[in-house]
Design a protein. Structure first.
Lengths: 165, 177
């Protein structure tokens, strides 16, 4: 990978694309988890939803419900973050040549499909009143889709160019 | 310090003084105003990243990270701006933790400066550890919001004054000879 031919330069650029996208995926994963926590505990509509769901119970039961709810949420969020982290770390290590295998590509594709599938949810009325409906959240989602697409595209472009060489 | 750094440090000191006085005098509106400025600052930072991406980093290898950072910062600024009914003590602790963290960084920098043989490390160490101590006592007085507010305001005033002094002082630290 030391040459300066046309193909080598293109491969280096594409690998850098994968590297940057991997770092950004880790950043977005961390940010998504923090945002979900903030929204759950500080967003008034969410609080009302939780409160109205537990109206029939007494204080003690409500507290137990709250603890259970919180622990389930935390576990789910940690799992989501680990998923993002796995993709990001795999991509970075692949791009820097520390690892030959590219196992990050399948989870990345799964995540891309998932993200694209949830995009229409931004335009329905149901979420229009919560914080998540802001335009910038939509832009962040679009950014995630773009970087995942970039990652996958770069991977296959590298494969194609290496085959030609 | 360059001239621009001096000016921005001076202005920052003035803003901090104003914020601390506001916190002590008018407890109800101060939080709203501080949240507003916090989200405004984050917005400007995010917009700067995006602007840098559009004008320059677009053509650089690896410049896309600046686009992604800008997006996250903008999202953070809008979220900060739209959160309105946090219990105030949480907000104060959030601010105090930021303050304490910068104090901790200052302590580390002072220790580094000592290793390089700079003269002004004692003042820096004192300032940093005082900031960290202030944040800690804010968290200790968690149950008494009024006390915590006063402690935080005093810490803010102290570091604002030091900031203004260091902006006006003639720099003697020569990095490169």
């Amino acid at each position: 990978m030391q040459g300066n031919g046309e193909n080598e330069i293109r491969i280096r650029r594409l690998k850098n694309n994968i590297d940057i996208s991997g770092q950004a995926i880790m950043l977005f994963g961390a940010w998504g988890v923090i945002k979900a926590l903030l929204m759950l505990y500080f967003d008034p509509t969410m609080n009302d939803m939780i409160r109205s769901g537990t109206e029939d119970y007494n204080e003690f039961e409500r507290r137990i419900f709250f603890v259970l709810f919180t622990s389930v949420i935390v576990v789910i969020l940690v799992l989501i973050f680990l998923f993002y982290y796995m993709i990001g770390k795999g991509a970075v290590r692949y791009a820097r040549g520390e690892k030959k295998s590219a196992r990050f590509i399948v989870p990345a594709a799964v995540l891309l499909v998932f993200e694209v599938a949830t995009l229409p949810g931004f335009f329905t009325d149901k979420v229009a009143n919560t914080l998540d409906a802001s335009v910038w959240s939509l832009l962040v989602e679009l950014g995630t889709c773009f970087m995942l697409f970039d990652m996958i595209y770069s991977y296959y472009a590298i494969k194609r160019i290496s085959k030609k060489m | 310090m360059t001239k621009l750094q001096r000016i921005s440090s001076f202005l920052m000191g003035i803003v901090m003084l104003g914020a601390s006085v506001l916190l002590m005098v008018d407890r109800n509106d101060a939080y709203t105003i501080i949240i507003f400025f916090l989200s405004l600052g984050l917005f400007v930072l995010g917009a700067k990243h995006l602007f840098y991406y559009i004008t320059m980093a677009r053509f650089m290898t690896g410049g896309k990270i600046s686009l992604y950072k800008g997006l996250v910062l903008l999202d953070l600024s809008f979220l900060t701006g739209s959160i309105s009914d946090i219990p105030r003590i949480y907000l104060l602790i959030y601010l105090a933790v930021i303050h304490g963290f910068s104090g901790l960084v200052e302590v580390l920098r002072a220790l580094e400066a000592r290793r390089y043989g700079a003269k002004s490390w004692r003042l820096k160490l004192f300032q940093g550890s005082l900031d960290a101590f202030m944040a800690l006592s804010c968290i200790v007085f968690f149950r008494r919001p009024a006390t915590a507010v006063i402690i935080y305001s005093l810490g803010l005033i102290y570091s604002a004054v030091l900031r203004i002094i260091s902006a006006l002082r003639r720099g003697t630290f020569v990095y490169i000879q």
